[in-house]
Design a protein around this ligand. Structure first.
Ligand code: HMG
Ligand code: MG
Length: 300
C-alpha cells in the first residue's frame, strides 16, 4: 500500500516565487492583501518576499515594507542571497531567512552572479551569524534535478550541497525542481536518498509545474517520507533566471489532493481560491488551476 502522512505542511511561496517574475507591477497594498487572505485560509508558513537587488528583480523592491506591514502569523520567510540581503532582512524585522543556491554552477551564476562554491563559501559566514542571532534558516536548493543550461543533475551533487548546508547548521532544506522537469521516479529516488542520508533534517520539496508532473512528483515524494511542500496559490511563479521555469504547483490543487486522500493540512481550499481571485486581476495571465476554475464557475 501507499505510504501517506497524516499531516502535511504547506509552505506558501506565492507572494515571493509567485510574484517575483510577474510582468505587471503588483503594488504593495495588493501584495499585503494577498498575504493576509492566504493567512486567513490557514497558511502558517509563507515566503513573503526577497531581499535581492531591485535591479535584478524589480518586483521585490518593496521587500522592507512588506516585512514591516505583513501580519506576523506563523513562520514567515524572506529570501536573501548574500550578507547584504540578510542584513537588510534583519533590519526590517525578519525572523526566518531563506538562503538560496543552485546545484548547477551555470544557473547559480545567472541567478546570483557567483559560482556555486563562491556562494556556499560566503553563505557559511552569513549562516553562522544568523544562527548565533537565533534566526531560523532555510536553505533553498535550486536545479536539484535538471538545470536549464547544464541538463541532468546527479543525486550525489545534490546530497553534497545538502550535507554542507547541514554542517553549517541550517534548520530546513527546500529542494527544488526549478524548471519542472523531474518525473515521479526521479522525485522518489532523490527524496528517498536525502531522507536516508539526513533523517533528522526538516526536508521540503519545491516543484514547478511546467510539464504538469508536480502533483505526481509530490505523491512520489510522500512515498519517500516527505511531508512538507512549497506551493503557490494560483500556480503563480517562476525564476526570472531559469528559462522554462513556469509556475509552481498550485496550493489549491495540492491541498485538494491531500484532503481527498485524508491528509490534514489545516488549510481551507475555498479561502485559498478567494485569495487567488483577489490577485488574479493584478497578474498578466489568466489563472486556470483546477480548483480555482471550479470555484470561479460556482461563483459566477
Ligand atoms: P551583483 O551584481 O553580483 O551584486 O548581484 P554585487 O555584490 O556586485 O553588488 C552590486 C550592487 O547590488 C551593489 O549596489 C550592492 O549594494 C547591491 P550599488 O553599489 O551598485 O548601488 N546588492 C544588493 N541590493 C539589494 N539586496 C541585496 C544586494 N546584494 C547586492 N541582497 C545579487 C548579486 C545576488 C545581488 C543579484 O544577482 C540578485 O539580486 N539576484 C537575484 C536572484 C533572484 O532573486 N532569483 C530568484 C530567487 S531564487 C528562485 O526563485 C529559486 C527558488 O524558488 C527555488 C527553485 O525553484 O529553484 C528559491
Ligand atoms: Mg521556485
Amino acid at each position: 500500500m501507499f505510504i501517506l502522512p497524516k499531516n502535511v505542511t504547506i509552505i506558501e511561496v506565492g507572494p515571493r516565487d509567485g510574484l517575483q517574475n510577474e510582468k505587471n507591477h503588483v503594488g504593495e497594498e495588493e501584495k499585503l492583501e494577498f498575504i493576509h487572505l492566504l493567512q486567513s485560509a490557514g497558511i502558517k508558513e509563507m515566503e513573503l518576499t526577497s531581499f535581492v537587488s531591485p535591479k535584478w528583480v524589480p518586483q521585490m523592491a518593496d521587500a522592507k515594507n512588506i516585512v514591516e506591514k505583513a501580519k506576523k502569523i506563523g513562520r514567515q520567510f524572506v529570501l536573501a542571497p548574500n550578507e547584504k540581503g540578510a542584513d537588510l532582512a534583519i533590519e526590517a524585522g525578519a525572523e526566518n531567512i531563506a538562503v538560496f543556491v543552485g546545484v548547477s554552477n551555470t544557473f547559480n551564476k545567472k541567478n546570483i552572479n557567483r559560482t556555486t562554491i563562491e556562494s556556499m563559501n560566503s553563505l557559511e559566514l552569513v549562516i553562522a551569524k544568523l544562527k548565533s542571532d537565533g534566526i531560523f534558516v532555510r536553505a533553498c536548493i535550486s536545479t536539484a534535478f535538471y538545470c536549464p543550461y547544464e541538463g541532468k543533475i546527479e543525486i550525489e551533487e545534490v546530497s553534497k550541497l545538502c550535507s554542507r548546508f547541514i554542517s553549517m547548521g541550517v534548520d530546513e532544506l527546500s529542494v527544488a525542481d526549478t524548471i519542472g522537469m523531474a518525473n515521479p521516479m526521479e522525485s522518489y529516488e532523490l527524496f528517498n536518498r536525502l531522507k536516508d542520508l539526513f533523517p533528522d533534517v526538516l526536508l521540503t520539496a519545491h516543484f514547478h509545474d511546467t510539464r504538469k508532473m508536480a502533483i505526481a512528483n509530490i505523491f512520489a515524494a510522500m512515498q519517500a517520507g516527505v511531508n512538507r511542500f512549497d506551493t503557490s496559490a494560483g500556480g503563480l511563479g517562476g525564476c526570472p533566471f531559469a528559462p522554462g521555469a513556469t509556475g509552481n504547483v498550485a496550493t489549491e490543487d495540492v491541498v485538494h489532493m491531500l484532503h481527498s486522500l485524508g491528509i490534514e493540512t489545516g488549510i481551507d481550499v475555498e479561502k485559498i481560491c478567494e485569495a487567488v481571485g483577489m490577485i488574479a486581476p493584478h497578474v498578466s495571465h489568466p489563472i486556470e488551476t483546477g480548483m480555482y476554475k471550479l470555484y470561479k464557475n460556482r461563483s459566477s
